[in-house]
Design a protein around this ligand. Sequence first.
Ligand SMILES: Cc1cc2nc3c(=O)[nH]c(=O)nc-3n(C[C@H](O)[C@H](O)[C@H](O)COP(=O)(O)OP(=O)(O)OC[C@H]3O[C@@H](n4cnc5c(N)ncnc54)[C@H](O)[C@@H]3O)c2cc1C
Length: 456
Amino acid sequence: MLATTPIETLSTRMSGRVVTPSDAGWDRARQVFNLATDLRPAAVALPRDTRDVVAAVEFARDHGLRVAPQATGHNADAYGSLEDTLLVDVRELQDVSIDPRARRVRVGAGVKWGQVAPGLSDHGLAALHGSSPDVGIAGYSLGGGMGWLARKHGLQANSVTAIELVTADGRASRVDAEHAPDLFWALRGGNGNFGVVTAIEFAVYPVEDLYAGVMFFPFQRAAEVLHAWTELVPTLPDELMSWASLLQFPDAPFVPEPVRGGSFAVVYGAFLGGEAEGRALLRPLRDLGPAMDTFAMVPPAALGDMAMDPPDPLPFVPTTAVLGDLPHAGVDELVAAVGPESGSPLAMVELRQLGGALGRHAPGAGARATLPGSLVLMALGVPEDEEAETTVRAYLHSLDRAVRPYHVGDYANFVMEPTDASRFFDEDTWTRLRRVKAVYDADDLFRGNHHIPPAD
Ligand SMILES: Cc1cc2nc3c(=O)[nH]c(=O)nc-3n(C[C@H](O)[C@H](O)[C@H](O)COP(=O)(O)OP(=O)(O)OC[C@H]3O[C@@H](n4cnc5c(N)ncnc54)[C@H](O)[C@@H]3O)c2cc1C
C-alpha cells in the first residue's frame, strides 16, 4: 500500500492532480464508462503534460507500484484488481492538430474521436473511427480499432504513423517505423503494456461524402432481416461495411425521437461510393420494406453517431465473439435465444461484417494486423439492479451458446473482462510481443487492460 508521504511527493512533482481514496474527488476520478465497474487503484494521477507522465511513471517504479494507463475508461473492466497500481489517466492530454494536406492528425492521448471526426469531415477527410464519438483514440488504436471504413482501409492500428510515450526507464520518446520499430510494432495491438502513450499520430483518408444510413424494421421481423443480411454481406465489395443489430432502445433523450423506447431489427451501411451503386448493392434489404430508412449521401461526419451509441456512462454487461460464419441454422438459434419471442431484455445484439482489408496483412502492420472471421458479435444488456443483471447474464449466456459452433476468435477491444491475452494473438505474435515487453519493460511495470507479461 502507498504511504502518505510518497503520494504527497508525487503531487509536488506534477502540475496535474493526484487523487487518492481519501480525497473528495476520489469517486469521480475512478469512475469509468461502465458504471458497474468498481475500479480501485492505489491512486489516480492526472498528468497535464509529458513531464507529469514521466514523474508518475518514475514515482510508481521507485515505490513498488505498477502503472495502468487509461484514457477514457471505455475498457476498464478488463483490468480486474488494480491493487498496488497507479492509474495514470491521460484525459487532460488534449492537443489536436490536423494537417489536411499531409492527411495526418496528431492528438494527445486523452482525445476522443468526437473531437476530431467533425473537423476532418470539413476538410473532406475521414478517420477510421468506430461507432461511438465518446471512445478514446488512444485505447481504440492501441487495441486495433474497427470502424465504418475498416473493410476498405483496415484496422486503425495500422493507420497509426507514430506514437509518443513514456517507457519504464522514465524516458519520453517518439517511435515510428524507423525509430524503435519493434516497440512501434508491439504498441499497435499490444495496448497499454509498453508505456504510457502521451500522443498518437495517424493517417486519414479523402472522403467528401458517402452513401450511409440505417434501415429500421419491426423487431418481429428479426429472423427475416438477419437471414437476408447474412446472405447479402459476403457478396458486398470492400467499399461497403454493413452491421445488423437487434436494438431495444431505452426511453432516453440520447435516442432519436422516432425510435425512442422502441425495439427494432436494424441494418446499417457505409458505402464509399455513389447513391445509385449503393442502392443497388443494398437492394435485397430494401426490398424487405423497412419501416424507416435514413440512407442518403452524407459527409463523413454523419458516421459519428450513426450507431446511436449512448454518449454517457451507464451500467452494462457485454459479450462478444468473432464468428467464422453464421449460416441459416445459426441465425435461427440466435433469434431463438435473444429475438422477439425470447423475452430478451438485451439492449443490443450486433453483428458487424468483417473481411476485406481486415483480413489482409498490410506491409508494416503492427501486432494487431488483421482480424479473423467474417462477422463479429457484440451484445450487451443494461441492468438496473441485481435481479435484472441475473436475467441479462442468462440471456447473454444463451446467446453465447447459440453462436459457439461458429466462434473462431476474439477481438481484444470488444472483450471487457479479465482474460488471458494470449487468446487474441497467434503463437508467433504472442511470443514476439512478450520478447519486446522483456526489452522495454522487463519488470512488468505497465499493465494494459489485457496484460502481456515479459518473456522469461
Ligand atoms: C460504447 C462503445 C463503443 C465502441 N465502439 C467500438 C468500435 O466501433 N470499434 C472498436 O474497435 N472498438 C469499439 N469499442 C471498444 C473500444 O475500442 C475499446 O473499449 C478501447 O479500448 C477504448 O479505448 P479508450 O481509450 O476509450 O478506453 P480506455 O479504457 O481508457 O483504454 C483502454 C485500454 O487502452 C490502453 N490505453 C488507453 N490509453 C492509453 C495510454 N495513454 N497509454 C497506453 N495505453 C493506453 C490501456 O491498456 C487501456 O486499458 C467501443 C466501446 C464502447 C464502450
